[in-house]
Design a protein around this ligand. Structure first.
Ligand code: KG4
Ligand code: ZN
Length: 333
């Protein structure tokens, strides 16, 4: 029997979840809207808002999971990678909570947790599988051999896929985070209206910085001829950009699947909430005979449910850390 309380505070969402014997019974996410005023996450503000959100989020999670503090067997927390000031709030809280209740602490790598989110609901992938993890800070193709035996076989050399969405959104004067808004507009646009060149990277790595610059030049050129170009073509621009990013991601995924002879394919991270990627992957799966695994929306973007399930797997192995643990902005995979 185990009840794990999990804390996620790596970026701008404060999240607390409860995992009761391997089942997620609460997943509270407190979003920070303040960053919308600045076009990106301001680390100092994020850290301060985590401090305000964390205690109410813990209380809400305990209530919705119908457990008390005394029922908790261990506290899992995101150690990294992420914003140091944000991580510090979650790590400090987890340490004090564990110390006060005299229960063990479990350290979780945020990028592992995005992948392990696939073990929350059925159907669960079979090992080995390939996971494309696409978030605001990372773009990785991971060969997942076991719960904590994972190998990065491809990753971005510059910007992450989420950044490509967010930076394009900024060019289009859409507020932060722009990914979900591009997705929304794309649903009313023509994905083939405009064409953007696919970066030519030979192996399983990605590059999005040149892609982003090509969009910038394209928009500047169009605006010289028609100052209202963006307003008049917003849906088509969003649909075309989204289509191109999804093509780039899917082509590498196809290459990885072929190279490793694996047809169990998963996606994870914030960008896996993208409708173009979800639909595209389903289509590719039908064509190539893949079994695809796409997390429920609440487990795509940052959430403590994924930290709780990763924590549960570590709890089963009694893999605990001491009170001397500290957050890591960069953390080895
Ligand atoms: O995993 P996540 O919540 O945080 C990080 O660990 O980075 O990912 C956030 C990223 C942001 O770049 C956001 O714009 C993107 O995921 N995102 C989306 C969608 N929902 C979130 N991008 C495209 N379409 C979406 N529907
Ligand atoms: Zn994340």
């Amino acid at each position: 029997m185990s009840v794990i309380l999990a804390i996620e505070s790596s970026c701008d969402d404060t999240s607390v979840a409860i995992c009761n014997n391997g089942k997620i019974t609460a997943n509270v996410i407190a979003n920070q809207t303040i960053h919308q005023n600045y076009g990106g996450v301001i680390p100092e503000l994020a850290s301060r808002v985590h401090q305000q959100n964390i205690v109410p989020a813990v209380q809400q999670a305990l209530i919705s999971a119908k457990v008390t503090k005394q029922d908790i067997s261990a506290v899992a927390f995101t150690r990294g990678p992420g914003l140091l000031g944000s991580l510090l709030v979650g790590v400090s809280f987890a340490k004090s909570f564990a110390l006060a209740l005299n229960i063990p602490l479990i350290s979780v790598n945020h990028m592992h947790a995005h992948i392990l989110a696939h073990f929350i609901d059925d159907p669960k992938p079979n090992f080995p599988f390939i996971c494309l993890t696409v978030s605001g800070g990372h773009t990785q193709i991971v060969l997942v051999k076991d719960y904590f035996d994972m190998e990065i076989v491809g990753e971005t050399l510059d910007d992450a896929a989420g950044e490509a969405f967010d930076k394009t959104a900024k060019l289009l004067a859409l507020p932060y985070p722009g990914g979900p808004l591009i997705d929304k507009h794309a649903q009313h646009g023509n994905p083939l209206a405009f064409k953007f060149a696919e970066p030519q990277i030979a192996d399983l790595n990605f590059s999005f910085s040149g892609f982003k610059t090509s969009i910038l030049y394209f928009i500047r050129k169009q605006e010289k001829e028609n100052p209202n170009f963006i307003a008049e073509n917003l849906d088509d621009i969003c649909a075309s950009v989204q289509y191109s990013i999804v093509q780039i991601l899917q082509n590498k995924l196809k290459k990885a699947a072929k190279q490793y002879g694996i047809n169990e394919i998963a996606i994870a991270g914030g960008v896996s909430a993208n409708s173009g990627l979800r639909n595209g992957l389903q289509q590719t799966a039908d064509e190539l005979g893949w079994k695809v695994y796409i997390p429920a929306f609440q487990y795509c973007t940052d959430n403590a449910g994924m930290i709780a399930i990763a924590g549960y797997q570590k709890y089963l192995k009694q893999d605990f850390v001491g009170q001397d643990v500290s957050p890591m902005a960069r953390m080895e995979f």
